[in-house]
Design a binder for this molecule. Sequence first.
Ligand code: NAP
Length: 282
Amino acid sequence: MIISGKELSARLKADMAEEVATFPAKYGRVPHLAVILVGEDPGSVSYVTGKAKASAEVGIRNTTIRKPATITEAELLGIIAELNADVEVDGILVQLPLPKHIDEDRVIAAIDKTKDVDGFHPLNVAALWQKQPCTLPCTPKGIIKMLKAAGVGIAGREAVVIGRSNIVGLPVAKLLLDENATVTVAHSRTRDLAEVTRRADILVVAIGRPKFVTADMVAEGAVVIDVGVNRDPESGKLCGDVDFAAIEPKASVITPVPGGVGPMTICCLMENTIECFLNKQK
Ligand code: NAP
């Protein structure tokens, strides 16, 4: 079974659009997401464009603020302070990565926690690890939604996550743990990685290396979630961290790249923006 993040996210966005359409009558306006793009990295430009398109589909107001890569950290912090103070802005997202002269951690920490739609603010991260109410990071949240939509049982299963980044590996491991999986986090220093990954009932791969996970690393019937977004050096096309063609016949459930985790990430960003908006109305 191939889980189409594209189809699932389309259904979820249609439901959100119906909900958002009721907001002007109830609350006097729709949710407003402000996205800051620094520089012109093609990957970042395409992500920001995708976020604006999804906002339009759902009926969320989107303001994209584009600044040159030469912007100073102080100027960027000034923009964030203005957006924090604007009562008609519900979500603030700074597209990463930022140019090297800007301290990303300082920028993320400057965003009002209640407007942190990416779930990267230290207070949101702390809340996640303490099982307190928080904004969940979009990619891990989308992965859990995909598993549930596909009817994959998580409790009691062996889950292996390859990658331990703050935005994917670590939070998805925590969410799987919260769903009562037995979780192993593997990384570049893991010994005999294939032996570890073959134990997985659920394998989540977030490395950033094209087709790194080969068929011999995956158990028969495993559920495989491919987070990677890479260029295939041979074909030049987008591909994941998993050798899809070789693993698809072996896996019980697998996500494609493109059209898998990526669309679910944007879908969860829309959901987080609505949540931040509704929290404010309470
Ligand atoms: P990252 O910060 O670069 O982290 C990569 C992780 O992979 C690190 O923990 C690293 O281990 C581990 N790793 C690297 N080489 C390895 C190896 N040979 N064996 C085992 N582990 C290895 O990456 P990220 O931000 O998590 O992103 C990972 C991938 O997901 C990228 O392709 C990115 O574009 C994609 N992504 C997709 C979405 C989406 O919505 N689809 C969202 C976010 C990211 P160490 O910690 O030991 O260095």
